[in-house]
Design a protein around this ligand. Structure first.
Ligand code: MG
Length: 366
């Protein structure tokens, strides 16, 4: 099989609730890129890359599209079902920029699944579960607003939450106390600072929360700062933004820096690299939140397939990004019910892009 055409689409994903707010950031919409890869055998695949705005990681939406325009011509004629070969080729052509490669890799997995006649989770090792446990974000706000958002999410069937903090340590102490007071024994809560505390602020917050049923996520900007915080708290630690590749996961395991990581497909560079990190975490005894840096039905389908194929005890939670958006970009996205989602059993990712929503491609390589 050979790649004959790569088409790139730009689509805005407005936030249903009006805005998505973390640390000192707030966005009313995210700029997503959808990639459609066509082949000489008539099988097409879809992938999606949606950085969480330009200020979250070293990644930005225009860069996705520019990078694909750079890579694309040299991928024509390659076999999309040979996933390691494709990724090696991309790494040879463009150093770094995993967020550019993620959508291409995802589309190739979709093609590989369709060619084999099986869902992507089969190719990722097989499905360990009928449904994937979800968490929802409680947006940064006043303590009362955050408690009210938890109550609303609870009424929708969710049991796991990630509250956004990090813009004001004193206020964060009060936010965490209020939300923890509201939390039921059956519920799970993480406080995610998204790199925003300095270590002295993080230590004040974690000390105030000792004994609470709370996970702390990426308190500070660097790995070493997070490790210092980790060494002074008994609260379970999730590392996210600093967990970008297998080597840092190995270092973190050796240092005892974290109990879980947040594995984002886009941050890793696609499903191929995410599979490697998943397998490494399983061997090292590290749990995983499995998600992405945002996206619609296509990226969320990839999340669901990887989560289905992650062994029991290692999948902590996943995020249903398509539920946050006010637009549907594909049919067949994961079905969400009572705090869980289920990937399609169709071949590949199981999604059908809606070209009425995606519009005309902004780049075509053929
Ligand atoms: Mg996080």
């Amino acid at each position: 099989m050979e790649i004959t055409r790569i088409s790139v689409y730009q689509v805005d994903l407005p936030i249903k609730a009006g805005a998505y707010k973390w640390a000192d950031q707030s966005f009313a919409a995210f700029d997503s890129t959808v990639v459609i890869i066509d082949t000489d055998e008539g099988i097409s695949g879809a992938g999606e890359s949606c950085p969480l705005g330009p200020s979250y990681l070293p990644a930005y939406s225009e860069g996705v599209r520019t990078g694909i325009a750079v890579l694309g011509p040299d991928l024509l004629g390659e076999d999309p079902t040979q996933l390691d070969v494709i990724n090696h080729r991309m790494d040879t052509l463009l150093k770094g920029h995993p967020y550019v490669k993620s959508a291409i890799d995802m589309a190739c997995w979709d093609i590989a699944g369709k060619a084999a006649g099986v869902p992507v989770h089969n190719l990722l090792g097989g499905s360990f579960r009928d449904e994937v446990r979800l968490f929802r974000v409680i947006n940064r706000g006043s303590p009362d607003e955050m408690v009210a958002e938890l109550q609303q999410l609870r009424s929708e069937g969710y049991l796991q939450y990630q509250m956004k903090v990090g813009d004001d340590a004193d206020l964060d102490v009060r936010r965490i106390a209020a939300v923890c007071d509201e939390l039921l024994d059956t519920e799970t809560l993480a406080a995610d600072a998204n790199t925003s505390w300095k270590t002295h602020e993080a230590l004040r917050v974690v000390n105030s929360a000792e004994g609470r049923p709370l996970y702390i996520e990426q308190p500070c900007a660097t790995y070493d700062e997070c490790l210092r915080v980790r060494q002074h708290t008994n609260l379970p630690m999730i590392l996210d933004e600093s967990m970008t590749s297998p080597d840092v996961v190995i270092r973190g395991a050796a240092d005892g820096a974290m109990d879980l990581i947040n594995l984002k497909i886009n941050k890793a560079g696609g499903l191929t690299r995410s599979r490697q990190i998943r397998d490494l975490c399983v061997q090292l005894g590290i749990g995983m939140t499995i998600e992405d840096t945002w996206g619609g039905e296509i990226a969320t389908a990839a999340i669901a397939h990887l989560a289905h194929a992650t062994p029991p005890g290692f999948h902590f939670q996943s995020s249903p990004f398509h539920e946050y958006n006010d637009v549907t970009i594909a049919d067949g996205g994961p079905v969400v019910s009572a705090g869980h989602m289920r990937a399609s059993d169709g071949a590949g990712l199981g999604v059908t892009p809606d070209f009425g929503v995606l519009g005309a491609p902004v780049v075509v390589i053929s």
